[in-house]
Design a protein around this ligand. Structure first.
Ligand code: GLN
Length: 545
């Protein structure tokens, strides 16, 4: 798939002082990048196999991450030695520390007798006239740090000295005598390490001298300029929007950059939430001024879904139909564009790829694992790029989700929209478990609307990662108005999560859930039971299908 970045373009790492994080496969590597950005220092992650000679920019500092290998093992990854000649500060974390020690002498790293997972009390050493090393500035008191290692340094590498210790680790932190090379046995990037962020700040800002200018306000200006150059004076861009945070923010950014030469298409697939299509249309056009076309294909979708009950079959049908409808709309826009003298032909397709997708596709998975190329759900980008010959444009490619939200605020998008819970592409079709019928979609929609509005009224919406109501395929017996009823079961699900990789059920008060249950049973015709799903993820997933 073609990328949006070409050498001639102005990429963030060429504008902002950038700390390069080389990934040795730790599950925490992305957190290093995130923490630095929280400090307004721009950081990018690349796999540990990245050669310095292949970089066309110069980092302000380098961090070597942790990793599952042992440095002395056959096939363990090793960093390109050229980074050590670059003269910029280097910080090794866990595996990174071991790598620094190992390249000096292979005897420096051995398997420890006791593995060390969890907390340790760290003491920064007073070295220079009672002062701690610059890396520990402001961290003079004992601090709790988080360890996760089996190997350890057998000896201090030549040219280094110890700058902090724990009871078990004589070399918990080391520094080179004359060069800016540091190593930590613990993980400053995880929140279990107290004040870990201060330590990263001391490295990035204090030692590397990186400026703290990574703000969304600056990013907006830079990205708008980049889009304008890329698209040119007359070029046009096409994109799908759903009303979700990412597609809305990306669309607004395109609109700011090229106005009506950006065409957004919203496909009504018949399984959106109550009044959602109309609300999204209103917000995007009236509030945000985006050039939007709504393709109402709800009847086609609902007809095609009738009788489908297998989750994959539903997803496949919706994904395929979506592409057909989108393509037909795109064709109309392209034809109109071809006849206009104000603008050129449509050359680009907007895609709301985020940095975690990029990280996922480039993170180091070991020498035998081939690096996975990024693929997008639904196949639409592929169809538009390979099939229609459009080029991808991905303005959110460098951003984490919370940065996308900040960017949205910066662009004047409402708090409500910016904080909106994710909603799956196949929508309510996968929340009506089993067979999809118009009647059951309507039931799920009404129940969901009651649940979500009560969550909002209770002021809980922003504390919850995702919440929804689903309809169970079984039915249950109840008595309503003295009459036996054989009705439907509504399943409520709400989860608390930071990254959607793991989640726990939201701990509502019983009284709240009772009120929701009563309202749903009273107001949604055909429902006689309401249950709450307490499953965490794992083993559950967030959606039910
Ligand atoms: N695998 C190495 C060890 O066990 C490094 C671990 C890490 O980087 N967290 O010591």
């Amino acid at each position: 798939m073609s990328s949006t970045r070409s050498a001639s373009e102005v990429e963030p790492h060429k504008i902002f002082d950038t700390i390069l994080t080389l990934d040795f496969g730790s599950q925490y590597t992305h957190l290093i990048t995130r923490r630095l950005r929280e400090l307004n220092v721009y950081s990018e992650m690349l796999p540990c196999t990245q050669k310095l000679a292949d970089l066309d920019w110069t980092p302000k500092g380098i961090i070597l991450s942790g990793g599952p290998y042992s440095v002395y093992e056959d096939g363990a990854p090793h960093v390109d030695p050229a980074y050590f000649e670059l003269g910029v500060p280097i910080l090794g974390i866990c595996y990174g520390l071991q790598e620094i020690a190992y390249r000096i002498s292979k005897d420096n790293v051995i398997a420890g007798t006791a593995r060390e997972y969890g907390h340790a009390d760290l003491k920064a050493k007073k070295i220079d006239h009672g002062h701690v090393d610059r890396l520990f500035e402001g961290l003079e008191n004992d601090m709790k740090v988080w360890m996760s290692h089996g190997d350890k340094l057998a000896a201090l590498p030549a040219g280094f000295h110890t700058i902090a210790t724990t009871q078990n680790s004589e070399y918990a932190a080391i520094a080179h005598e004359s060069q800016h090379i540091y190593g930590l046995q613990f993980h400053p990037e995880v929140t279990h390490t107290e004040n870990g962020i201060q330590l990263l700040k001391n490295f990035a800002v204090g030692i590397c001298g990186a400026s703290t200018n990574w703000t969304m306000a600056k990013f907006v200006d830079q990205e708008i300029a980049r889009i304008r150059t890329l698209v040119g004076e007359k070029g046009q861009v096409l994109g799908a929007v759903s009303g979700g945070v990412d597609s809305t923010v990306a669309a607004k950014l395109m609109h700011e950059a090229i106005g009506d030469r950006f065409h957004a298409v919203l496909v009504n697939n018949g399984v959106m939430r109550l009044n959602e299509c109309e609300q999204v249309r209103k917000t995007l056009t009236e509030n945000l001024g985006i050039n939007l076309i709504v393709a109402d294909a709800s009847e086609q979708f609902l007809d095609g879904l009738a009788g489908l009950d297998e989750p994959e079959a539903k997803r496949k049908f919706i994904g395929g139909k979506f592409i057909d409808v989108f393509e037909a709309e795109a064709k109309k826009i392209e034809d109109a564009a071809a006849n206009s003298d104000k603008a050129g032909k449509i050359e680009f397709f907007l895609q709301g790829t985020l940095y975690p997708d990029v990280i996922e596709s480039i993170s180091f998975k070991g020498p035998s694992a081939t690096i996975k190329t990024h693929h997008n759900v639904g196949g639409l980008p592929k169809r538009m790029t390979e099939g229609q010959g459009l080029k991808l444009i991905e303005p959110l490619r460098e951003l984490f989700k919370d940065e996308v939200r900040q960017l949205g605020r910066e662009l004047g998008i409402s708090h409500e929209l910016v904080m909106r819970h994710p909603f799956p592409g196949p929508g309510i079709a996968i929340r009506v478990l089993g067979e999809v019928t118009r009647e059951r979609v309507e039931m799920a929609r009404q129940a969901d609307n009651i649940f979500i509005s009560m969550i909002r009224e209770a002021g809980l919406y922003d504390n919850i990662g995702q919440a929804f109501a689903a309809i169970d395929p079984s039915r249950a017996v109840g008595v309503m108005g003295d009459k036996r009823m054989y009705g439907n079961i509504v399943i409520l699900r709400a989860v608390q999560t930071t990254d959607f990789m793991t989640a726990i059920a939201y701990p509502f008060e019983n009284e709240f859930l009772s009120r929701v249950s009563t309202r749903i049973i009273n107001e949604v015709h055909g429902v006689c039971r309401v249950v709450y799903d307490y499953t965490s993820k794992p083993p559950g997933t967030i959606e039910l299908e």
